[in-house]
Design a protein around this ligand. Structure first.
Ligand SMILES: [Zn+2]
Length: 364
């Protein structure tokens, strides 16, 4: 029966011996054994499908000795490596792959512990044993990190912190710029000054910046004027991604800002990625579906808790355990202790990926 997945190809069909990766979460690495092949270690990174983190690995690529023999050296492609340093043929820098990791590979091969007689054969095991993992980690090509702007919109001060304070902490620690955009200042039984001061303290803990849409708590207005003013606010921030309330929610202010955010996203030609969060499930968010993205917040759980408790006037002893239960449940689903789950809006641009952003990089 067809289940939508490609049929696995056996090792025999591939004509190779496949070594299973040490972790099932990493991209498998083919280690093929054939005659007339040379083994070339290659420093690279793999993306963990579960955590979204990049990890250093040593890959071993095969290279046919029949296919490619001593082309003229190309100094422009390896300006720092003299051609005579090639340890495999002692003639030219032709054997070793000329990619980003090529220079690192050559340095490793030229270290005293890996010296061999010119022309002597190397096998895959010898090469791997000769190169320490620490060398691989330090020799990794550094991916340029682009600083992204993420706006998290919430109905009230505290909503973004409770819903995704862990993700915010991870984004800011990865160097991204995060703005918490509140629909109102939260003034109700608690004075506005107190709520604003609490939000300021929470944002300082998360290294984010507070911003207000200047509506009134409990009296959210969604009309053409407010659509346009909210759109201008987001256009000014020019974010790469916006995270907002799941639109089915028991609080009208939460529904309102989800609505305003969606309209702005649509009017701004869907130029930023749009994600939805869940907050105080059952009390506020309802019918939140299975997340499309999970963020492991275990390392920053204490930071999130401190940001939530910064809103001391909002009974954190009641709301924090509720949200912590949600984080534990999402952690069970994601295979971590605690996680936050998100829904990615269809038709969001692919330039921003939350999983990549929290690991410190930005895709594409
Ligand atoms: Zn709220």
């Amino acid at each position: 029966m067809w289940h939508g997945r490609p049929r696995p190809v056996s090792n025999q069909e591939q004509g190779c011996v496949r070594k299973q990766p040490s972790s099932p979460h990493y991209t498998p690495v083919d280690l093929r054994v054939q005659r007339h092949r040379q083994w070339v270690p290659h420093f690279s990174r793999v993306l963990c499908a579960r955590s979204g983190d990049f990890r250093p690995v040593i890959l071993v690529r095969e290279r046919s000795t029949r296919r490619r023999t001593h082309p003229p050296p190309n100094p422009a492609r390896s300006p720092n490596i003299p051609a005579s340093e090639c340890q495999q043929c002692a003639k030219r820098s032709c054997h070793i792959q000329e990619d980003d990791a090529g220079a690192s590979l050559r340095y490793a091969l030229n270290s005293p512990s890996t010296e061999t007689e010119p022309g002597s054969p190397r096998n895959r095991r010898d090469l791997l044993k000769a190169i320490p993992l620490t060398a691989a980690a330090t020799a990794l090509p550094q991916t340029p990190q682009r600083r992204s702007k993420i706006v998290v919109t919430g109905g009230h001060p505290g909503d973004p912190e409770y819903a995704c304070g862990g993700t915010i902490a991870r984004l800011t620690s990865a160097g991204h710029d995060v703005v918490l955009l509140y629909l109102n200042n939260g003034e109700w039984e608690t004075p506005a000054a107190t709520r604003i001061a609490e939000a300021k303290k929470a944002c300082e803990i998360l290294k984010a910046r507070p911003l207000y849409a200047d509506q009134k708590n409990g009296h959210a207005i969604v009309d053409n004027d407010h659509y346009q003013s909210f759109q201008k606010l987001l256009a000014t921030e020019n974010p790469d991604a916006v995270i907002t309330h799941w639109p089915i929610d028991n609080h009208p202010d939460h529904r309102a800002i989800a609505n305003l955010t969606y309209e702005a996203w649509k009017q701004l030609k869907r130029r930023f990625a749009l994600y939805y969060f869940e907050v105080s499930d059952g009390e506020d968010t309802v019918q939140f579906p299975a997340p499309t993205h999970y963020v492991d917040i275990t390392p920053v759980a204490d930071t999130k808790k401190a940001a939530c408790y910064a809103h001391a006037s909002q009974t954190p002893d009641f709301y924090y355990p509720l949200q912590d239960t949600v984080a534990t449940f999402r952690g069970l689903q994601a295979g971590t202790k605690e996680a936050e789950g998100f829904i990615l809006q269809i038709d969001s641009p692919s330039e921003f990926d939350l999983s990549v952003a929290i690991s410190g990089g930005q895709a594409k």
